[in-house]
Design a protein around this ligand. Structure first.
Ligand code: SAM
Ligand code: SF4
Length: 298
């Protein structure tokens, strides 16, 4: 089992399979996109599979595929099939914008894909377009329908933004009335996709909960599962739950159990660090599995 310098057990890896995306959410990427990494700089599927095999032998049993948008990478499903077969990998989760996902959902259960986080910032097609700068709302809703129809554990992740989608908070909460899904509101990290901070950051986790409680007085906190990044709540009579992720206030570091791998193979021990070492360089320099394992332990 892997432990970090703070004694936190690490059993979860978030693997960004690409830096590319087909949306341009204004808080994440500039309109013209970022300078995407050339293909040769990005970990190949073989390299990612090898890395996961080594990590699984060290006690990592959960993988989250993220990006960029994971489904823009070609043949992602074949890669998932391979990692689902790795000894020790028990859970595969995906974070997706849902634009390309709907036709694939029926295969998820067979591939150990136990949960999906669907990013959805608005239930209004016009506001969705303003936020993501792409007209893909209906595709995302199709994905949501498919996830629910196939009984996949689904969480909707919504970044809460002053004046952009605060009108949507209550209609998103309403989804929990008839569906067994989690709707989680994320504090916006005010970096604006370019590193520039801005001033009018007002929706912290306390305000989000106070606002929802005004409209749903039965909102009740429930115990969080271990390593949860969200505070979770139920509303009387609703099969779904509501959560808040204090991404900016950072209230969850103490129970963090994850490491991150960037598309270029940088291993990060924290969302906010700039990378500890590069597993790609090590693998391409000819490291054995044991050398890779020792470098990770180190
Ligand atoms: N493209 C996929 C998606 O959107 O779900 C996966 C990658 S995306 C970077 C992962 C999550 O990070 C999304 O839910 C997105 O809303 C969130 N995110 C991106 N930039 C953010 C920011 N500045 N503040 C808070 N959340 C952010
Ligand atoms: Fe793409 Fe996800 Fe970033 Fe939006 S948040 S631009 S969907 S990577």
């Amino acid at each position: 089992m892997l432990y970090d310098n703070h004694g936190r057990p690490i059993n979860y890896v978030r693997l960004a399979v690409t830096d590319r995306c087909n949306l341009r959410c204004f808080y994440c990427m500039p309109e013209e996109g970022i300078r995407f990494a050339p293909k040769r700089d990005v970990l190949s599927y073989e390299e990612m599979e090898r890395l996961l095999r080594v990590l699984a032998a060290m006690g990592v049993d959960k993988v989250r595929l993220t990006g960029g948008e994971p489904f823009v990478r070609r043949d992602l499903m074949s890669f998932i099939e391979k990692i689902a077969a790795l000894d020790g990998i028990r859970k595969i989760a995906i974070t997706t914008n849902g634009t390309l996902t709907a036709p694939l959902v029926r295969h998820f259960k067979d591939l150990k894909i136990t949960s999906v986080n669907l990013s959805l910032d608005s239930l209004d097609p016009r506001r969705f377009l303003e936020i993501t700068r792409r007209d893909e709302f209906h595709q995302v809703m199709r994905t949501l329908d498919e996830l629910l129809a196939h009984g996949i554990d689904t969480k909707i992740n919504t970044v809460v933004m002053q004046g952009r989608n605060d009108q949507d908070l209550l209609s998103l909460v309403e989804l929990t009335r008839n569906h067994p899904l989690g709707v989680r509101f994320i504090e916006e990290m005010p970096f604006n996709g370019t590193g520039a901070h801005y001033q009018d950051w007002v929706w912290d986790h306390r305000r989000i909960i106070a606002y929802i409680r005004e409209h749903y007085p039965s909102l009740t906190k429930i115990p969080a599962p271990p390593h949860s990044t969200s505070y979770n709540y139920t509303i009387e009579g609703h099969p779904g739950t509501v959560g808040v992720i204090a991404a900016y206030s950072r209230t969850f570091c103490g129970t963090c159990n994850r490491i991150r791998i960037t598309p270029q193979g940088l291993l990060k021990t924290c969302l906010y660090d700039s990378g500890v070492f590069n597993v790609r360089d090590l693998m391409r320099a000819g490291a054995t599995d044991d050398e890779l394992r020792l470098a990770i332990l180190d």
